[in-house]
Write a protein that binds this ligand. Sequence first.
Ligand SMILES: NC(=O)c1ccc[n+]([C@@H]2O[C@H](COP(=O)([O-])OP(=O)(O)OC[C@H]3O[C@@H](n4cnc5c(N)ncnc54)[C@H](O)[C@@H]3O)[C@@H](O)[C@H]2O)c1
Length: 413
Amino acid sequence: MSELSPQPRGAARRRFLQTLGVAGVAPAASAAQAPAKLKVGLVGCGGRGSHLARRAKALGDGGYPVEVTAVADIYQPRLERLSVALGAKAYPTLEAMLRDAAPDGVIIATPDRLHVHHALAAVRAGKDVYCEKPLTHWAQFDLLKQLVAEARQRKTVFQVGAQWVSDPIWTQAAQEIQKGAIGKVLHAQTGYFRRGDSGERGMPVDDPKAQPGRGLDWDAFQADAPRREFAVSRFFQWRMYLDYSGGPITDLYPHPLTQILKALGPPRMPSRVVAVGGRYLYNGERDVPDTSDLLIEYPDGPSVAVLGTVGNSTGMDAVIRGSEGTLTFDQSFGGIVLRSMPGAKGANRVLNSQRFEDNHLRDWLECIRTRQAPVGDLELGYAVQVPLIMAMRSLLERKVAVWDAEREEIRMV
Ligand SMILES: NC(=O)c1ccc[n+]([C@@H]2O[C@H](COP(=O)([O-])OP(=O)(O)OC[C@H]3O[C@@H](n4cnc5c(N)ncnc54)[C@H](O)[C@@H]3O)[C@@H](O)[C@H]2O)c1
């Protein structure tokens, strides 16, 4: 575990802290300090990490001042493959990379359970962070709070990798709602519908004979998860297991929920969350649910429903209902329609969706320079992750999750 949450040590740390005059606080760089070309390191060289690192490299090749200089992974074959493909230095752990490569920012694309450990290590080393969704595993609420506190203190530029929110229409939707375009917001619905087990059982198994040991650090993979015997499926197809994943609620719902909460304005916490669902279609070895519906209640409204299954791909429009009008993300053309209620003031309007490929990564890189908050910053990520953790607990414990705003705690009743 020490590997996962290192503190900067020794004389260098003391010197650094003295210059700040604040014990234990290593802030990320200031705008004036931003280098001409940003150095980015990646931890987690699997499917998503490889994609993000290649996109960052493509930005650099296209003239944007960024370079992927370092990659880290506890599984040697993937590490080597990506390191060679990108011409980036390879490290067996994030900690080794932070010590040696001195990146400006770190992209975290490890399995869910590792995100918060890697994010804390990067934040403590004074690095800016792009962390894949979900912000944490569903059983890591205390670590989530710790991460939020430390990143706030260090003013880390933190982007949560829920990139759907980088379509500018969600920021425009927030502006419209703020201006009163649909009146008082009462109700919202969104969801995620997919057909197939491809994201879980379908995850690629690079080597069916893989064994823990040199080149595959099973202990580092498990982090603070319950200790289990190594199994090829647990390592390569970790999304099938509650020890490492939450299924659709934490894997898929962060995308639509981040969009809806962006539109609803400044991030805030729910009052109650209830979730139902289960393994209606995919049983056997997989233990994460395949179908789950969430109701999230905010104090004085709105009520937000997040629905979905991975057994059927018939989707639904995301809708925000207000006292004066309705905002609909219309799937048929991929844009937002604003409609007034009969008799209400206000015009009907359309907001056209825009391409968002690369926007999210680029937004983070820009914000590293300007020290502004990215579009999917940690405050929004926290407001997304708390109801998702409450939903997981509600579904698994068959109870209602209540948010204790004073203590910032979850109570199950
Ligand atoms: N935003 C999106 O659209 C999107 C899409 C896919 C995946 N993701 C997210 O990206 C993350 C990774 O998903 P994936 O499908 O790429 O998984 P993956 O299993 O393909 O890749 C994870 C990699 O992390 C490595 N790893 C495990 N423990 C490690 C440790 N302690 N230190 C360093 N490396 C470690 C593994 O060896 C593996 O190479 C997940 O959290 C997932 O939710 C996001």
